[in-house]
Design a protein around this ligand. Structure first.
Ligand code: COA
Length: 153
């Protein structure tokens, strides 16, 4: 049975590798070189793990990382939905193929939402892959009205 623990700054590289596997398994099309994304992500992540604005959970079984998830506390302007100047963004949900459909993502999601609640955060957002969508929908997440413009000219 996998054991879940909180990540520390020493896990930054491992989380970067999980993030890469997440995108590959989610079958996304990379617009940037994968190695650049990982290197830049780990550099972004390390200070946030240290100051607590990123909280990571890692699941281990037989000394091997088999799943993970993260919560990033984003500064966000007070809004008609919430008066506090922040939101939680959930990211890096990844479960190794042989461990899927055993409830690990559901457990990690519950931990992340609990963390947001404990911090007084009332709006939690994420971007779902086609594989993650059913997990979040089952929990109660709904589609929002986000729009995006890429590479403006
Ligand atoms: C998405 C992912 C994290 C789900 O992890 P998981 O541990 O297998 O998910 P869970 O076992 O907690 O699933 C919870 C529920 O979500 C739904 N669900 C999960 N995976 C599903 C799938 N592939 N198809 C349909 N429903 C699915 C099911 O209802 C499931 O409950 P059930 O097994 O009792 O029916 C995992 O498949 C994964 O890492 N995929 C590749 C990377 C990725 O897309 N990550 C998500 C980024 S947003």
């Amino acid at each position: 049975m996998a054991e879940i623990r909180r990540a520390t700054a020493a896990d930054a590289d491992a989380i970067g590798q999980q993030r890469l596997r997440m995108f590959v398994d989610a079958e996304v099309k990379f617009a940037v070189p994968m190695e650049t994304m990982v290197a830049n992500f780990v550099e972004w992540l390390r200070p946030k793990l240290e100051d607590g604005s990123y909280v990571g959970w890692l699941a281990e079984q037989d000394g091997r990382l088999v799943a993970g998830a993260g919560l990033w506390v984003m500064e966000w302007p007070p809004h008609f939905m919430h008066a506090e100047p922040r939101r939680a963004y959930l990211l890096n949900f990844y479960v190794a193929p042989e461990m899927r459909r055993q409830g690990l993502a559901r457990t990690l999601l519950a931990l992340a939402v609990e963390e947001a609640k404990a911090r007084g955060i009332t709006v939690v957002t994420l971007h779902a892959s086609k594989f993650g969508k059913p997990v979040y929908e089952q929990y109660g997440f709904k589609m929002s009205n986000e729009m995006m413009l890429r590479n403006p000219s």
